[in-house]
Design a protein around this ligand. Structure first.
Ligand code: DQA
Length: 147
């Protein structure tokens, strides 16, 4: 099973960015943690992307057709604004898990809206790095047959 993990805007700033909210681990630490955790699954291959650009996220999602059978996305602030990313996920029809490091439901009201949640098979928030691993487990458990 091929799973792509996309981290959106400002997630390259992990470790520096508001550490009381997002923790002290860097994006590299996050990717290494997910990669290590994935080793217990047979035949799971991961690919990581991070970009600050909405259009680039859409390009990456479009390019997943025929390549990935699962997507984990933390679209950062674009979660709350981007119909374009929602439409891209709908277009490719790849099982998608939406992840947030923080508990967005218990933050500012503008973070309560998520366009991606309209199409996500699962939404995980407030679990830090472990949220991505939970997303991975969910995709492997439910969608590894669809290769
Ligand atoms: C975030 C939550 C978003 O509201 C915020 O804009 C982010 C990160 C999270 O991981 O908790 O950039 O997606």
């Amino acid at each position: 099973m091929n799973i792509t993990i996309i981290n959106g805007p400002n997630l390259n700033m992990l470790g520096v960015r508001e550490p009381t909210l997002y923790g002290s681990g860097t994006l590299k630490d996050l990717e290494n943690y997910i990669m290590e955790s994935s080793k217990r699954f047979n035949n799971v291959h991961l690919e990581f992307f991070q970009t600050n650009h909405e259009g680039t996220i859409i390009d990456i999602i479009q390019n997943l057709v025929g390549v990935a059978n699962g997507l984990i996305i933390n679209a950062g602030a674009y979660t709350h604004t981007s119909i374009g990313i929602l439409d891209a996920i709908k277009a490719v029809n790849i099982p998608t898990v939406e992840v947030h490091l923080t508990d967005v439901e218990n933050r500012e009201v503008f973070r309560h809206i998520s366009y991606i949640s309209l199409v996500a098979k699962k939404i995980i928030s407030g679990k830090g790095f472990d949220g991505y691993v939970e997303g991975l487990e969910f995709l492997v458990a439910n969608f590894s047959e669809q290769q």
